[in-house]
Design a protein around this ligand. Structure first.
Ligand code: FAD
Length: 354
């Protein structure tokens, strides 16, 4: 069976690795960071664990779209917690400030939340770790601190001088992939990629609370654009940390000033919010940790009203080089998971032709 080299251990790369390793492909995942997971990473400060990207997801109940993808990979045994729906899911009140997102796209992103809404106890890292363990259990390998700096003739070359050959799947921004690809790429394809725009990044304030707040796992909106996500409830039933998130441009801004205004806005909705300590991340932080250009949260902006000019297939003009991840179809755990299956189908078909 063919060797497959996956660049990037974000959700898209890890899912492709898990799916293809179960089908007998030899898998090597190369991740430039210290941690796998990309936007699923978590970090701990002063004893509190914070999620960076992923916080909640829709469509995980039996019969719903994500269940059908996760169940065969054993991911439904993870500690998913269904968010009570008595107040209506907060995402249904989402006002997405990113330009270019059509009503149709909003509908596709939000539709699964109408069925059910879920959070993962332990955070996104639990999902990334489970996928990584699955790849290892099926004979694959996941290597961190391996930044791919060149792709040529089916080989990925890393900055530490190691190299890995096979069918290549890039779970990185398509323009970053093409920038390191030494093979011939049709100019029209590059022009097309360059015509796409990236969405804004996210500014986050991670707050350790002076006093715990009761939480049933619901994220809430402080206003149309500021989201409040609670950390896992402790044994006392209280969350002792929460994260505020809002969209933010890639250009520099005063993070302290924005953090204070986010906290003030959040306190209007949640008067009991009393920070003990807080930390921030900006789109520049995202760019540093995931190498996503401009720290864009969801990558290329998709427009359902203009799909041929905003969606990408996994196939590239370079034979044996495929894309996956949030820039192709919809972003988010559901969107990236659907795209990973599509990429795997293309890789399986391609491998039959070898
Ligand atoms: C703040 C924020 C909140 C979010 N909240 C939610 C949510 O609540 N629910 C939801 O469903 N989705 C959410 N999302 C979106 C979701 O997390 C992402 O769409 C998804 O995880 C992206 O996965 P990916 O595999 O496409 O990319 P990424 O997670 O970006 O993974 C790409 C990986 O490639 C690595 N890499 C990059 N370049 C190289 C290189 N040259 N060599 C080797 N490795 C490389 C990076 O380090 C990274 O690990 C959120 C995103 C953000 C930013």
């Amino acid at each position: 069976m063919s060797e497959v080299v996956i660049i990037g251990a974000g959700l898209g790369g890890l899912l492709c690795g898990a799916y293809l390793s179960r089908r007998g492909f030899g898998i090597t995942v190369l991740e430039q960071g210290l941690q796998t997971g990309g936007c699923l990473q978590t970090f701990v400060r002063e004893g509190e664990r914070f999620d960076t990207g992923f916080h909640s997801v829709g469509g995980l109940a039996p019969g719903e779209p994500l269940y059908g993808i996760f169940e065969p990979l054993g991911l439904m045994s993870l500690p998913w917690e269904k968010v009570p729906d008595d107040e209506g899911f907060p995402f249904l009140r989402l006002q997405h400030p990113t330009e270019g997102v059509s009503a149709m796209e909003r509908e596709h992103i939000l539709e699964p939340y109408k069925g059910s809404s879920w959070r993962l106890r332990g955070g996104g890292k639990v999902l990334a770790d489970a996928l990584q363990a699955d790849i290892l259990a099926h004979g694959g390998r996941v290597l961190t601190r391996r930044r791919v700096v060149r792709i040529a003739s089916g080989t990925a070359y890393c900055s530490d001088s190691s190299s890995y050959s096979g069918i290549i799947i890039a779970d990185i921004h398509p323009l970053s992939c093409m920038a390191i690809c030494a093979d011939h790429i049709r100019p029209s394809y590059l022009r097309r990629l360059r015509s796409y725009r990236n969405g804004d990044g996210v500014f986050s304030v991670y707050i350790k609370l002076a006093k715990g707040i009761p939480s049933d796992g619901h994220g809430i909106f402080a206003d149309g654009s500021l989201m409040i996500h609670f950390g896992d409830a402790g044994a006392d039933g209280l969350s002792h940390n929460l994260t505020l998130l809002c969209f933010a441009p890639a250009r520099p801004f005063d993070r302290n000033e924005l953090a204070l205004s986010c906290i003030a806005k959040a306190r209007q909705r949640l008067p009991e919010l009393e920070p003990a300590s807080w930390w921030t991340s900006t789109p520049a932080t995202w760019e540093r940790y995931t190498l996503t250009p401009g720290g864009s949260a969801y990558g290329f902006i998709k427009d359902y009203d203009n799909p041929s000019l905003s969606f990408l297939p996994p196939e590239t003009p370079v034979p044996g080089l495929f894309l996956t991840g949030q820039n192709l179809g919809l972003h988010g755990v559901l969107g990236v998971s659907k795209t990973a299956l599509r990429t795997c189908q293309s890789v399986i078909e391609y491998s039959k032709s070898l």
